[in-house]
Design a binder for this molecule. Structure first.
Ligand SMILES: Nc1nc2c(ncn2[C@@H]2O[C@H](COP(=O)(O)OP(=O)(O)O)[C@@H](O)[C@H]2O)c(=O)[nH]1
Ligand SMILES: [Mg+2]
Length: 423
């Protein structure tokens, strides 16, 4: 009841839509507000949907009619941002449209006023496009400035490492550096990792087979991401009042648990689920299956802190001292200098299945694998920047050399922090 949800750009809107879908909200309004921390008192979702293009948001008009979204919270521009961070960030209205930044901040202000109290904003977006990455970065900066006590959690997607847009390295560089400066935590999904995990969750064995890869839809990948977000942010019994009401503080308690230091805020998130009988040791094996044991330079990966959320009618069997949780800590390489690396939250049912058949384990780790994305991005962007490749495309919207140089500095210092936290 204290969070505003902000979905920006194609990827951000599609993932958030999938979240509302799996929470069973898309076919109507929020229902009884007390039971639903995502909505305002009037039963409308506290979400603002922004895109520079019409095609994704137009699908949400249906849910305005059904009473889920406020019509004024759908904010649409007239022209895409050309997969260019600077075009999104510098917010020059294109094609006579109104300012997306100004309109979004106005709606956010209204939504904050409707909350019982305001604790923060959860932002959904991608790292490598124009709208979600560029406008999303600018929104983080504005929100931080206007609500300095509110927290900001970004849910973001890194592009495939190969084969996407040539501008992606600049966009990821600039967006990650803004997230480091203005957010309190980042759920960082990688499309490569999401693809692998989605295939595995569908029971397919041959993960390298190009036919198998091509059969996976974006929508099923978004289901995986949204399931992870729901697993972490939906109500858990740990924070319910004595009368069983949800206070809706999960996003902010999560940041306290896994991002205690502002220098390390990039979070690795994974989920596994099963139906019927549950064996927690095999759930742990499944959720840790694709965790890289070491970095591209051969250093073992580690975690400074870990949150494990268990949703199951058997959740009372799991304790922080259980053998499965010990295995989880070992697999995530919890550092020895933190005597309490694991937080465990539980809920007696999974929000995806009221019949009690589904059991899920969602893990959020402050994990050193972020170093690999930082290194890869900085290396590629630095090579392009030295050759002055595509720079004029950024300059024409107002992006200066100092934006790039500060971004290189910011990401290098994050890399150093993650290295020095090792042991
Ligand atoms: N997982 C996932 N990735 C997406 C989706 N849509 C776009 N992307 C990724 O996001 C990046 C492009 O960003 P996009 O959101 O389309 O740009 P924007 O509309 O300008 O913000 C690319 O790396 C795409 O692979 C989606 O629905 N799901
Ligand atoms: Mg777009």
């Amino acid at each position: 009841m204290s969070t505003v949800w902000l979905q920006v750009g194609q990827c951000g809107n599609q993932i958030a839509q999938e979240l509302w879908h799996i929470l069973g909200l898309v076919n109507g309004s929020c229902g009884k507000m007390d039971k639903n921390p995502f909505c305002s008192r009037d039963g409308k979702l506290s979400a603002i949907c922004v895109d520079s293009e019409y095609k994704v948001i137009k699908k949400m008009q249906k849910q305005v009619k059904k009473g889920l979204f406020r019509e004024s919270n759908l904010i649409i521009g007239k022209q895409g941002r050309g997969k260019n961070w600077a075009c999104g960030y510098y917010n020059k209205p294109l094609n006579c449209e109104e300012s997306l930044l100004y309109n979004t901040m106005e709606r956010l202000r209204k939504e904050v006023e409707l909350r019982d109290c305001y604790s923060g904003t959860v932002l959904f977006h991608s790292l490598s496009g124009g709208t979600g990455a560029g406008l999303g970065s600018h929104l983080c900066e504005e929100i931080r400035d206007e609500y300095p006590l509110g927290q900001i959690l970004s849910v973001t997607v890194a592009p495939y490492q190969t084969g996407e847009c040539p501008l992606q390295h600049y966009n990821v560089l600039l967006c990650l550096s803004w997230l480091q400066r203005y957010t309190d935590g980042v759920f960082l999904f990688h499309n490569d990792d999401v693809l692998r995990r989605t295939i595995a969750s569908q029971g397919k064995k041959n993960l390298q087979d190009s036919r198998v890869l091509s059969q996976v839809s974006l929508s099923s990948m978004n289901t995986y991401i949204a399931d992870c977000v729901a697993g972490l942010l939906c109500p858990v019994s740990n924070f319910q009042t004595a009368s069983g009401l949800s206070i809706g503080v999960e996003p902010w308690e999560l940041l306290r648990a896994v991002c205690p230091a502002p220098t390390m805020k990039f979070l690795h998130v994974a989920q596994t689920s099963t139906r019927g009988q549950v064996l927690w040791d095999s759930m742990v094996s499944s959720v840790t299956r694709f965790l890289a044991p070491e970095s591209s330079t051969g250093d073992p990966h580690y975690s400074t802190s870990l949150l494990s959320v268990v949703r199951s009618n058997h959740c009372s069997l799991i304790q922080p001292q259980s053998s499965a949780m010990k295995r989880l800590q070992r697999a995530y390489g919890c550092v020895s200098w933190n005597p309490f690396p694991l937080s465990l939250w539980t809920a007696s049912y999974d929000m995806r299945d009221s019949t009690g058949q589904r059991h899920s384990l969602t893990v959020c780790a402050n994990h050193s694998s972020i170093i690999d994305l930082l290194k890869h991005t900085v290396e590629k962007a630095q090579k392009m920047y030295s050759a002055k490749a595509y720079i004029h495309w950024y300059r024409q919207y107002g992006c200066e050399g100092k934006d790039f140089e500060q971004a290189f500095d910011t990401l290098s210092s994050v890399e150093t922090e993650y290295y020095s936290a090792r042991e």
